[in-house]
Design a binder for this molecule. Structure first.
Ligand SMILES: [Zn+2]
Length: 76
């Protein structure tokens, strides 16, 4: 295997591996996620699913999300 095909192989492995979001990426998507949750909209886009998955494994981000939801509901 030459280095070019090795590179291609690694690339395809990385691409098919399930991508997990970092806390930073979740924070960037949080506004959109909260909007959709409050609107009761179901968004099946991969990003929104990954945010949800992240919330299941990361209590910090989940608390951040819940705090925002609470704050927004109190505004009504
Ligand atoms: Zn997190």
């Amino acid at each position: 295997m030459n280095s070019y095909s090795l590179e291609r192989t690694l690339e395809s492995i990385l691409r098919t591996r399930e991508h997990e979001l970092t806390c930073e990426e979740v924070a960037r998507l949080l506004d959109r996620y909260v909007d959709q949750r409050l609107a009761g909209a179901v968004d099946d886009s991969p990003e929104m699913r990954l945010v949800e998955e992240h919330h299941q494994i990361c209590p910090e981000c989940r608390e951040e999300y819940e705090a925002i939801v609470r704050a927004l509901r109190n505004c009504d």
